[in-house]
Design a binder for this molecule. Structure first.
Ligand code: NAP
Length: 276
């Protein structure tokens, strides 16, 4: 078994944390990195990339804040070239469905000469419990400009299982796995499922995109994040990502976890019953 670590970029994030612990459970050494680790890794500081890559043989890469932001493609191209220089033999990149810029970043990795796997994901279930929709669940109202578009929410544990397979089994090299859950539901239906399971009144409110963006600005979110969320809700949620994809089955020969499994597990974990 290799004693050389696998780099996990975004090792404390929704997917990185899971990738890291699943690799460790297999007895594999890892190096989880982000801005708060030592060595630190910061996508905005390319000088931090080399020390993080040094002495690793493969990497799981989740980019921040999103491959669609300006500079994302160039960052993945430069990171992949450096990884090749440092002798890494495989990179697994987390990407987003239906984002033209993200697909350009995937191409930059593919052009780098390093062996690669792309995990191209739909919206994560865990946005409701470990990310920007948690506050809405806790306050009893999720207000979004998402309309009636159905999204096949995918579980971060499925993403991590696919990534770990791609990092540890040779057969997943140079493949794109488009991963979704097994069921496309509206945001209103997702919120309703959470409300029923928690036994608390939580409602989905449809708001215009401009109201949503004004709210983000009032909450003093950084401009690039506001622009990103505006793009995600204004452009990407037009139904292009509603069809199911089968990357989880293709990679793991089992069906993806359903949204209701996620809701049940999250209720058991007590995440939605904690005091603020
Ligand atoms: N959420 C979704 O529904 C969805 C769907 C498809 C694709 N994606 C993609 O998933 C990726 C995010 O993965 P994730 O959700 O697993 O991660 P995440 O939970 O968003 O990871 C957050 C961690 O990233 C670190 N971070 C923030 N800024 C950084 C920077 N400049 N450089 C290095 N690290 C930084 C932070 O840790 P420190 O504070 O310690 O740095 C933070 O804890 C994005 O590229 C996104 O586009 C998301």
């Amino acid at each position: 078994m290799s004693t050389i670590p696998i780099l996990v970029v975004g090792g404390n994030g929704k997917t990185g944390r899971r990738v890291n612990s699943k690799l460790q459970a297999l007895g594999l050494p890892t190096r989880p990195v982000s801005r708060s680790t030592s060595p630190a890794f910061d996508w905005t500081k390319p000088e931090t990339w080399g020390p993080a890559l040094e002495g690793t043989h493969a990497a799981y890469v989740s980019f921040q804040p999103d491959l669609a932001v300006p500079g994302g493609v160039e960052a993945i191209a430069a990171f992949s070239a450096l990884a090749r220089e440092k002798g890494l033999d495989h990179i697994v990149l987390l990407s987003g469905r239906g984002e033209e810029q993200a697909q350009r970043a995937e191409q930059a990795l593919q052009d780098s000469g390093v062996s690669w796997t792309v995990v191209r994901a739909s919206w994560f279930n865990q946005n409701f419990s470990e990310s920007f929709l948690l506050d809405g669940v806790m306050s009893g109202e999720i207000a979004l400009p998402a309309g009636d578009v159905r999204e096949p929410f995918v579980d971060a544990d499925d993403i991590a299982d696919v990534a770990v397979a791609a990092l540890t089994e040779i057969g997943h090299r140079n493949r794109v796995y488009e991963v979704t859950g097994p069921r496309a539901i509206t945001f209103a239906q997702a919120v309703e499922e959470i409300a029923v399971a928690t036994g608390r009144p939580i409602r989905y409110t449809q708001i215009p995109l401009e109201t949503f963006v004004d709210g983000l600005r009032q909450a003093e979110l950084p401009d690039d994040l506001v622009g990103l969320l505006e793009e995600l809700f204004g452009t990407n949620l037009d139904g292009r990502n509603t069809p199911l994809a089968h990357g989880v089955e293709e990679a793991l020969a089992r069906p993806p976890r359903d949204f209701s499994d996620y809701v049940r597990k999250t209720v058991e974990q007590g995440i939605w019953s904690r005091k603020p």
